[in-house]
Design a binder for this molecule. Sequence first.
Ligand code: FAD
Length: 340
Amino acid sequence: MNDVCIVGAGPAGISCARELLKNGCAVVLLDRSPQPGGKACGGGLTKDAWELAGIDPGSVPDHARAFHRLVVGGNSVETDGPFVVVLDRKKWQAARIDELEEIGCDVRFKERFTGFSTGKVITDGGSFGCDVLVGADGASSRIRRLLGIRPGLVVRAWQVTLPAGHRVCETIEKEAVTVRFDHRLFGAGYAWVFPAVDGVRLGCGASNASLSAGDLKAAFFSWLDELGANPKDGRVQCGTIGCGYAGHRFENVFLAGDAAGLASPVTGEGIASALISGREVAREIVDHSYRSREIPRLAARHRRTHDVLSIPWIGRSLYRFAPSILKIPFIRTEAMGRYG
Ligand SMILES: Cc1cc2nc3c(=O)[nH]c(=O)nc-3n(C[C@H](O)[C@H](O)[C@H](O)COP(=O)(O)OP(=O)(O)OC[C@H]3O[C@@H](n4cnc5c(N)ncnc54)[C@H](O)[C@@H]3O)c2cc1C
């Protein structure tokens, strides 16, 4: 069986490691950060990936909240069951890492991948042999760059997490996820308000194809000002999300999640795609004849949705009429049930 080194212990790395270990591979999972889950993220997870995330929406763990209601353009859209679970990523990832260690994964935090040559991985802690390398190292993936692939399409995102008792909480819906579409401010992107377990998250994101970095930053601070939120009251984070898929299999090197460019360029959702692509990459490693259909399908669908919404008159009209469009049951089910 294969010895596999996975770089990145985010959702893609975790999901890949789990599937490989289930199939008898020896796995080293490396991450440069000191502990799991510290990256900027809203933690919103739509239902297609709950099972892979180990989430039961009927009894969500203490570090998550499940929502039945979406507020868009001031209108409330209710679903029969939860449509999104908002996770505290630190706690969720820590729990998933514990499970991996219990089933024999060699997990190493504070170890940075620096390069590879045939059959060998090089880190700031030394070097070791492996048969297969998986780049699950996020949107600024070093492995992707070493393969000669540019980042391409990315979503840039800004977010502030305010403490639960912050004055902004008096004006926001606490039992719903709120989104704001506004082409003038956020281009083909949007803004979100997630009342999470660890505070309220206010964020916005847009693809580099639809808005410049400077315009997005200005939009974020002007929107916070409008809401009466002082960014100094919370933790401001920003980051990029990889959406430019250009393949995931390069002989014995694979890419998954943001490193493979599989997040949605419209919603910036990447946790679900990371979980799915991590599992699919593991299946390709275990069975040499297996070719994932799921990964190219995800990439194609994301690209298509982005291209359509980037046509200014279509994007503007869809966003403008979103509250009414979401009242149509089958559209509501489709749009709120999946990742971008
Ligand atoms: C502000 C913001 C809000 C977001 N909100 C949401 C949301 O609500 N829902 C959603 O689905 N998605 C959201 N996303 C996107 C989501 O966070 C990513 O798509 C998702 O984390 C991708 O998972 P991944 O496992 O591919 O990569 P990551 O989660 O980025 O994990 C990559 C890991 O690799 C490690 N790493 C990188 N380089 C090295 C190296 N050289 N050596 C060792 N380790 C390395 C990093 O430390 C990191 O832990 C958001 C992103 C941002 C920036």
